[in-house]
Design a protein around this ligand. Sequence first.
Ligand code: ATP
Length: 452
Amino acid sequence: MAKPQPTLMDKIVSLCKRRGFIFPASEIYGGIGNTYDYGPLGVELKRRVKDAWWNAVVTARADVVGLDSAIIQNPKTWETSGHVAGFTDPMVDCKKCKGRFRADHIGDLSCPEKPSKRPGECGGELTEPRSFNLMFKTHVGPMEGSGSVAYLRPETAQGIFLNFKSVLECSRLKPPFGIAQIGKSFRNEITPGNFVFRTREFEQAEMEFFVPPAENDEWYEHWRGVRFDWYIDHGISPERLRLREHDAAELAHYSTATADIEYEYPFGWGELEGIACRTDFDLARHSEASGVDLRYFDPQTKERYFPYVIEPAGGVDRMALTFLIDAYEEEELEKDTRVVLHFHPAIAPTTAAVFPLVKKEGMPERAREIEAELRAARMTTFYDEKAAIGRRYRRQDEVGTPFCVTVDGDTLAEDLVTVRHRDTMEQERVATGELVSYLDDAVRNWGRASRV
Ligand code: ATP
């Protein structure tokens, strides 16, 4: 029988492991479901994704500020937000194999014992759907008891609502304005996750934008457009991206309108980020439950009101996976095939690799000096002197390094290096003194045209 060909996801998972992007967590103990660790390149990739998000959503704007709130909050937070009662998935159990499955995903799942069959079609009987709360419970303090129960946050948004008043008082902002946060969230996900698409702990990048209620619709338009364009500006293929409005049945209990930015993954279209109109649901509920007035007082109109909220909420791990999938290409060349990740340089884990052409004649020493200059200019670099130069280029293509800088005889004689571009494979001679500004310009002027 012919060996089954690896799928695109298989290839990406294997590349991530081999080259140090993403490892299965606790692997030496046999792993732990839906949990991954990020290796040296993965951590850089994620850092770039977070920086690019923060730059666009916070640094570049005068109307958004940042926050870093605690993971474990007073448990009343989650009672008030509706998570204790309502953050559930409908689950069914198979009485035969004891497997537990999301009732709304049965059509996409296989029976663990007979993988060619759906759960329930294998002769096992499924229970009626039961609500399963996705929040992780823990205990605070030395005694375990019902009074000490706390939750790991399932979203970063609530920490923002709890701090709304404090931020308002210290920042001198007034609606419309936003508070942004990047941080870990935890959900006891049951459905297997398609690698880091769905994991039990993950990072979210969320922003709550508080607006006068009358401006709700225009800001919803604004943030849908801004967030969609951000992906395209950072290199995601527009033809694999779409905005999909939720219909009424799909809307969360707190939302009057929600649009998902969806990507066409190898396993089908999936949510990458959601932009939701949360109305005044959260501020009003927390006001009522805490007894603290969270309304905004407008000194001009003398009006006191709960702002409405527009929330763009994305997952950093899902973004990193999307950048990896979208960047991946097996490119047919004249003589062979190369694997290349076409990352935008703002997302690429390494900006420039530096090579001596050969390991002699002072080239390694000069290459090390040049690498140190690039590092001093805050570029991420990688030094490599092993193997033939062609192989070294290919190793960098496979991890998406946009530029390779080679030190050769001309560098020593005339202070010129060769810069090789990942996507076009074209090479240019650049004076060493101009290398930093040359690379800076190339990053700044990067466009999709350079992908072809
Ligand atoms: P899904 O329908 O995929 O479960 P959701 O609608 O519950 O996602 P939100 O609560 O809107 O997701 O969270 C905002 C973002 O957080 C999602 O768009 C996604 O990018 C990310 N996210 C949510 N759950 C996970 C998870 N288990 N693993 C990784 N990322 C996640």
